[in-house]
Unconditional design. Sequence first.
Length: 214
Amino acid sequence: MKAYLLDPAVARYVLEHTTPPDPLLSRLARETAEVTGGDARMQIAPDQGQFLTMLTKLMRPQVAVEVGTFTGYSSLCIARGLSGGTLHCFDVSEEWTSVARRYWQEAGVADRVTLTLGPALRTLAAFDETIDLAFLDADKANYRSYYELLMERLRPGGLLLADNTLRHGWVADPMHDGDTVEDIRRFNDLVAADPRVTVVMLPVADGLTMIMKN
């Protein structure tokens, strides 16, 4: 469970009353834990996955973008929600995204996903399509730069979701001043003060911020 801000009993209750992941997603989560060790914490929580699929179905995006794919759990959830659109994934790791490719293929959604490898600050800058839906879950130090690149391409009414925006709740505690915490604080402040957007920060998992371009 990644609901760090909830009482464990409440967190379990939430998961018990949310549609659980299917066997394929569960197997992907297990394999991720086996092959990545401690890095498996970078994978989104099961309730976030259901949320991404549901939101994608509701928005019906033609162009979706994910920055930070890892082993593919979130991209699989988004791709399953598409109805005619394409998900463009940006990541730097051939090793971890090779796991994602296998699961996209097995799930029958590989034809909906385009993967671009390389530093996202460079590859996103070269991306010239208008974005309907974006999911940001990459290195925290560059969140503000990714945000600007995505905002330039996001259509009015489009939605950007940013993960890990509460950092275990440490963003609200001045005693925690580690690099990633401060990076997220600066990102959160930037978004909250941006007149181009309407923002809702959800206490889901490690914090999920929904940002709609006005």
